[in-house]
Design a protein around this ligand. Structure first.
Ligand SMILES: *Cc1c(COP(=O)(O)O)cnc(C)c1O
Length: 241
């Protein structure tokens, strides 16, 4: 009997997961890193719950969703026991209240304003929210994030905000197929990560360096990424974005 499209996609995910896990391990070993220092985040935007649950059943324990609304709609259908949940997309200040307390981390905190809003909403709920600061490492007009030049200073201001804890950095470098150019952005991110960590600021720990996606995760791992965010290479092409 012919396989249904759903079954085909489920078995593709299984194969992709295996290949990507091996790819991450190989990339780490190749540059002398411990593979267990690099975590595999499944990026779940636009993906239906059945496929996400399948990925989780294979051993994935970390997901990233871009949109507040989409996450809130899907979360009850997901088997999230023991799974770390991150919001990875740009967060509008008017959505902050809805997401604080629903995820373990808010990545992609890209302004002082949104950091303050997260702090305020967290205090109200009596929790502390883990955040990553997004750096616009390519200096792109179209992208959100702190500039590489300002982050070293701004981080002191963010550290003062109650209700949040800075756990690391995140970046989405410019898309380029040139591995050498890619590596420059990733290396610059790694340098910021090390420099900020060395400042030993209260409420700031550089535990997570989130960079690398389906097309460039090997380069990111080679440059010190501790968390790769993988969507299409795991779940297949998306229908939007
Ligand atoms: C969509 C998305 C990803 C995953 O992209 P792929 O190229 O499909 O792996 C990673 N990070 C962010 C912030 C995203 O929005």
């Amino acid at each position: 009997m012919e396989k249904s499209l759903t079954d085909k996609r489920l078995s593709d995910i299984e194969e992709n997961y295996k290949e990507l896990s091996e790819g991450i391990t190989a990339a780490a070993i190749k540059c002398g890193r411990n593979p267990s220092d690099v975590r595999f985040m499944a990026v779940t935007k636009t993906v239906d719950s059945i496929y996400i649950n399948h990925a989780l059943s294979l051993g994935l324990d970390l997901i990233g969703e871009n949109r507040v609304q989409e996450f809130l709609l899907k979360k009850d259908e997901l088997n999230l026991a023991g799974v770390e949940k991150h919001l990875i997309g740009h967060l509008q200040t008017n959505k902050v209240k809805q997401i604080v307390g629903e995820v373990d981390y808010i990545d992609g905190v890209d302004s002082l304003k949104v950091a303050k809003e997260i702090g305020k909403a967290s205090l109200k709920k009596g929790i502390i929210t883990n955040i990553l600061l997004e750096v616009n490492i390519g200096g792109e007009e179209s992208k959100f994030g702190f500039t590489p030049e300002s982050i070293g200073e701004t981080v002191y201001e963010i550290a003062e905000i109650e209700g949040i804890q800075v756990k690391g950095l995140m970046a989405i470098p410019p898309i380029c197929d040139d591995s050498v150019k890619n590596r420059i952005f990733f290396e610059n991110m790694h340098r910021l990560f090390i420099d900020i960590g060395a400042k030993k600021i209260d409420n700031v720990s550089m535990d997570i360096l989130s960079m690398g996606m389906s097309g460039d995760y090997q380069d990111a791992v080679a440059s010190g990424s501790t968390m790769v965010r993988i969507g299409s290479a795991l779940f297949g092409a998306r229908n939007y974005r």
